[in-house]
Design a protein around this ligand. Structure first.
Ligand SMILES: C[S@@+](CC[C@H](N)C(=O)[O-])C[C@H]1O[C@@H](n2cnc3c(N)ncnc32)[C@H](O)[C@@H]1O
Length: 281
């Protein structure tokens, strides 16, 4: 999928409202955002970039950790997401820029940012271009903290194996879609290499002039009920293909009926902390 294709759906008001409501009702995005913001060491920050900030779930976590005098710039190319953010987040330290992450350097002065935080989005971007732009705006010693979904990074936290009690909600949706809607799933790509493994990330960061200073595979524990709510947000609804949202929701209901609401579900993340060296050259 081309990087720009990945944003289709984000720039729609119904999706943006549903996404924002999900982030407020369920811990998923707030928890990973707080984790990244904590690793960015923001206590003395003056300027922090919330990259691919969407409707502001990550900005909320950043605002909790920065001084009163500091500023946060939230950059995202989906205007609909930012419309929700502008309406719901009124902290005067926060400003919004509607732009692709790849063009960050056009919007933030070189060497000005103390940290750049990117939650749950980096694999949707042209990472080589984004890393170069991040390196351009970070001050020497500034941190770039982001996470990559386990499937994209090719990592699995041990909890994902040990906690799993049955098929995932996505797998059940596929079964319902095949059985009741004539869905023909694309050939499985399970043997395909991960899109964004740590080796690629490290190499691209290095080319951009950033060094990896920490990595961790984390486990996010949730429930089938939270997964169901997540899969109800239009941009995440499955299966892909020629279905209406209403049809997808009927498949989701049928799949969910085969599970128990509090059954555990685990998502793995690769968390990366990179840094612009204190001195260059
Ligand atoms: C899952 S949301 C995460 C938003 C926010 N960080 C949070 O945790 O709620 C992904 C966001 O990435 C944005 N996005 C995807 N590709 C982008 C790109 N190339 N440039 C800017 N934003 C992008 C989408 O518009 C969407 O708002």
């Amino acid at each position: 999928m081309a990087p720009q294709d990945a944003v289709l759906g984000w720039d729609e008001d119904t999706n943006a409202e549903a996404y924002d409501a999900f982030t407020r009702a369920h811990p998923m995005y707030g928890a990973t955002s707080r984790d990244l913001a904590r690793r960015a060491r923001l206590a003395d920050a003056g300027l922090v970039v919330d990259l691919c900030g969407g409707a502001g779930a990550t900005a909320r976590a950043i605002l909790d950790l920065i001084p009163d005098r500091a500023r946060v710039v939230s950059v995202d190319n989906a205007a609909a997401m930012q419309r929700v953010g502008r309406r719901t987040l009124t902290d005067t330290r926060l400003t919004w820029i509607t732009a692709p992450a790849e063009q960050l350097a056009d919007h933030v002065p070189a060497g000005n940012a103390d940290a750049v935080v990117c939650n749950s989005a980096i694999w949707k971007t042209d990472t080589a271009a984004v890393f170069a732009a991040v390196a351009h705006v970070l001050r020497p010693g500034g941190r770039f903290v982001f996470n990559i979904g386990g499937g994209f990074a090719g990592v699995r936290h041990p909890d994902e194996q040990s906690v799993r009690t049955g098929p995932s909600l996505n797998a059940l949706i596929r079964q319902v879609a095949v059985r009741e809607y004539g869905y023909a799933p694309p050939p499985t790509a399970s043997s395909a290499p991960p899109k964004l493994p740590l080796e690629t990330v490290t190499e691209q960061l290095g080319k951009a002039g950033l060094a990896v200073v920490g990595t961790e595979v984390t486990a996010q524990h949730s429930t089938m009920a939270e997964k169901k709510a997540w899969l109800s947000v239009p941009v995440f609804a499955r299966p892909e293909g020629d279905f209406t949202h209403a049809q997808r929701m009927r498949m989701l209901d049928a799949a969910y009926a085969l599970t128990t609401p509090d059954a555990p579900s685990v998502t793995s993340w690769l968390v990366v902390v990179a840094q612009r060296p204190e001195t260059t050259g």
